[in-house]
Design a protein around this ligand. Sequence first.
Ligand code: ADP
Length: 230
Amino acid sequence: MAEPLLSLRGVNFSYQNANGRIEALRDITLDIERGEFISVCGPSGCGKSTLLNVMGTLDRPDSGTMSFNGQTLADVGAARLAHLRARDIGFVFQNFNLIDSLTVYENIKLALLYRKEPERNIDARIQEAMDLVGIAHRASHLPHQLSSGQQQRCAIARAIVGKPIMILADEPTGNLDSENAAQVFNILKSLHAEGCTLVIVTHSPAQADQAERVVEMLDGRIQFTRRRLT
Ligand code: ADP
């Protein structure tokens, strides 16, 4: 069998705060295949966002091992991890995380600047990403001049403009009305259909069930995983 894109083995992660230590991830072992579509579900506080942050190398595990795209991550320094993230991973968050003082175009461009994309490619890449999510007509608008659905589509354009191999989406439709939620979810599904590996945290059973595999979490652990029944 082909090597997984992302592999976690016995991963633990804890937060330290004034009241002590919170074990947010406990003994997580999970392989994500190239091109797979996974949903992560479970009650609030069970560790879903933490799992996504660790998968995306935003947080390092306390213990356990991880590899991504054939590379063991433990020995990779912070600067190289940041480069790997910018090149290979696209993030989409519930509250969009756009920069308010930058236009749609500039928000998307920022992702390419982090990637050190050659200047001659930048405009075409941004136009392509904006067209894909239907936001090109708002290129010069600021985030607060957009509807929630448009803001999230801009955030998706920012996530995909660098052509990442994996997209991590943390409740991407959590702040959207049902019509915009369906639109955003369909965009993410179409990215998966084109070959992108997709991991999405969702509270929506209807969305979760459309993934190829559902990871159900409880109290920082994977309770079970199940494959789609078709
Ligand atoms: P979920 O995404 O499933 O709601 P999280 O991954 O956000 O869960 O949180 C898992 C646990 O870690 C929860 O108990 C939460 O309160 C705690 N937690 C999350 N972020 C932090 C943080 N920055 N500092 C301290 N505790 C945190």
